[in-house]
Ligand binder design. Structure first.
Ligand SMILES: *Cc1c(COP(=O)(O)O)cnc(C)c1O
Length: 579
């Protein structure tokens, strides 16, 4: 399920299993979860569909009646608190509750998603919320420009297209002469400029602009000038107007007579997105400013074709989201694979790929707040003034800017192999789709014997859980242990009639950080050692390899699944010492 919009399919799968295999709602949910995979692409709660109860009733009453699903049962799937009659139905929560696998689309987005959804696993620390990540990638053969592909045909192994996910393919980037790479890029840039001029002139004619303006559009942009590209949907979190924040300073940079700069901006806002449309209007106004008219051009009607020309033909790709709000972002990958350097906030993919990309990072890894806008804009200006612009113009007398080209090669090499979609698809396959497929094969065996039994088992566990408790936990009064000799971890647990195989007793071990929280944690499973009536002792020896003060906490949970990552929402858990 790609994003929450598709989550009703999980309900239809439940209905089908109930109808075709004579299963209860719980059994069908239990079974179908195993091979549902939910991929979240959102970082902002406002991006999630919520439907109120009345609307759900209107569309699902007949469906539920016919399927034998209690309407309340259905609503509970989309609610954080199932009993709260006022809580609307969340498509994302429904997708999470009906999926055994959930993933975000970059490593930073994983953390953001874990924070967003920690309420669904209230007993787990946020870093353990079972959402993984597969970082997006782009289809390299589609996005790479023909001139560069021609060079690759000449200098890389003949199978570079098929084998482009193999790092070895890209070692030979080093062999491409800088002059050829530079010339290929210049051809691309001239092509972009022709494209922009034709489009801008056509759209000026369409709105019956004066002949002088049409003529001006036919002459915009200079192929010798450092060109910054920015093109995306105009969602406000992307801060499309950040670069205009200090207009006098921007003007000085763009109109520097010896080292001028120009910006091509492409974009589109949803027709109902008023703030997005306001941003576009603002940019168009800037582009008509008498001093900037030769330095800024807005390309209307952002499309794949516009994106293609831009990510293949500019020199520098600008990306300015509020950190934490761009789930991944892919246009910078497309640009980087075409030899365009990135200047970006450390958000989405750039948070994990920025340092090695050959590009430049704006700001740091502090969480975003509106008072950072000025600092981020200033960061862009000073990087342009002090580093980027001089680098681009240096050494032209000899032909090519060598340090710039060194960075371009670094970008081509690093991004082509790490952010292509062959790598992404392989990760989806091995980390999510194949385990999900095997999981479903296992549960569907013998007419779904396992989920039928598992639902009965879950009922028993829920009944007995209030009586499960830690009798004795730990190695003595001191809560922290030192590095060196093995530590015997022990826990005596009252299982209230459950068997040791029904539960998972774990120690969360880590270094005690400055604020008393555990850091660099690992989770160790304890084995049953001894039985006294309904009480069991679990234990294992642990040899710390970290230096410093170590601490640990013990906990017990029902042994739902082989893989704790598949833990259902609101899964039961008790921590030692918890009231
Ligand atoms: C690549 C692409 C996007 C996504 O770009 P982001 O960096 O994620 O904003 C959007 N639209 C088009 C047409 C694209 O080609």
């Amino acid at each position: 399920m790609n994003e929450g919009h598709s989550a009703f399919l999980a309900i239809e799968r439940i209905r089908l299993l109930m109808a075709e295999h004579n299963m209860s709602f719980e059994e069908a949910l239990d079974a179908s979860r195993n091979n549902n995979v939910f991929t979240t692409h959102t970082s902002v709660p406002a991006g999630i569909d919520l439907f109120d109860v009345g609307l759900m009733h209107e569309y699902f009453r007949a469906y539920c009646n016919e399927a034998g699903i209690a309407f309340e049962q259905l609503l509970a799937l989309g609610r954080r608190h199932p009993g709260d009659g006022n809580e609307p139905f969340s498509m994302a929560i429904a997708a999470i509750k009906t999926s055994a696998y959930r993933n975000a689309v970059s490593r930073l987005h994983r953390q953001v998603s874990q924070h967003m959804w920690e309420g669904l696993w209230p007993k787990l620390p946020v870093w353990e919320v079972p959402i993984t990540s597969v970082t997006n990638g782009v289809h390299l053969p589609t996005w790479i420009n023909g001139d560069l592909a021609g060079l690759y045909d000449q200098y890389l192994q003949p199978d570079w297209r098929e084998g482009h996910a193999d790092p070895k393919v890209w070692d030979q980037i080093a062999d491409i002469p800088e002059t050829e790479l530079w010339e290929a890029h210049r051809r691309r840039k001239r092509r972009l400029i022709t494209f922009v001029r034709e489009r801008a002139a056509a759209s000026a004619m369409e709105r019956k602009a004066p002949a002088a303006e049409v003529k001006r559009m036919q002459e915009v942009l200079d192929p010798e000038v450092l060109t910054i590209g920015f093109a995306r949907r105009f969602a406000t979190y992307k801060r499309a107007t950040l670069i205009f924040r200090d207009l006098p300073r921007l003007k000085r940079i763009l109109t520097n007579p010896r080292q001028p700069v120009q910006i091509v901006i492409g974009g589109k806002a949803h027709p109902l997105d008023v703030p997005g449309k306001t941003l576009i209007r603002e940019i168009v106004q800037h582009s008509r400013d008498a001093e900037l008219v030769r330095h800024i051009i807005f390309v209307e009607d952002y499309s794949i074709q516009v994106a293609r020309e831009l990510v293949q033909g500019v020199d520098l790709w600008l990306n300015t989201p509020r950190r934490g709000e761009e789930a991944c972002g892919t246009s910078g990958m497309k640009a980087g694979m075409n030899g365009i350097l990135n200047l970006s906030i450390l958000d989405g993919w750039f948070d994990e790929g920025g340092e090695a990309s050959g590009g430049w990072a704006i700001g740091d890894r502090e969480p975003y707040s509106p008072d950072r806008d000025d600092a981020h804009a200033a960061g862009i200006y000073s990087m342009l003034e002090d580093e980027i612009v001089p680098l681009f113009y240096e050494g032209r007398e000899q032909g090519v800017p060598l340090e710039w080209m060194r960075r371009v090669k670094q970008s081509l090499q690093y991004l082509s192999v790490n952010f292509n979609c062959q790598r992404m698809v392989a990760e989806y396959r091995s980390q999510l789709y194949e385990p999900a497929h095997r999981g479903y094969e296992a549960v569907s065996r013998d007419h779904f014997a396992h989920p039928r039994q598992h639902v009965r088992w879950t009922r028993t566990v829920i009944e007995k859980w209030p009586y499960v408790s830690f009798i004795d936990s730990g190695i003595g009064p001191q809560p922290a242990v030192s590095t060196g000799s093995p530590v015997p971890l022990r826990a005596a647990v009252e299982l209230a009639g459950l068997g040791p195989q029904d539960v998972r007793v774990e120690a969360v071990v880590g270094r005690v950080g400055a604020d008393g929280e555990l850091e660099d944690t690992q989770i160790l499973t304890l084995a049953p050692l001894e039985q006294k009536g309904t009480m069991f002792t679990f234990g294992r020896d642990f040899a710390p390899f970290n230096t410093g003060r170590l601490g640990y906490s013990l906990r017990i949970s029902p042994n739902h699944c082989d893989d704790p990552l598949n833990r259902p929402c609101n899964a039961l858990m008790k921590w030692a010492g918890e009231k």
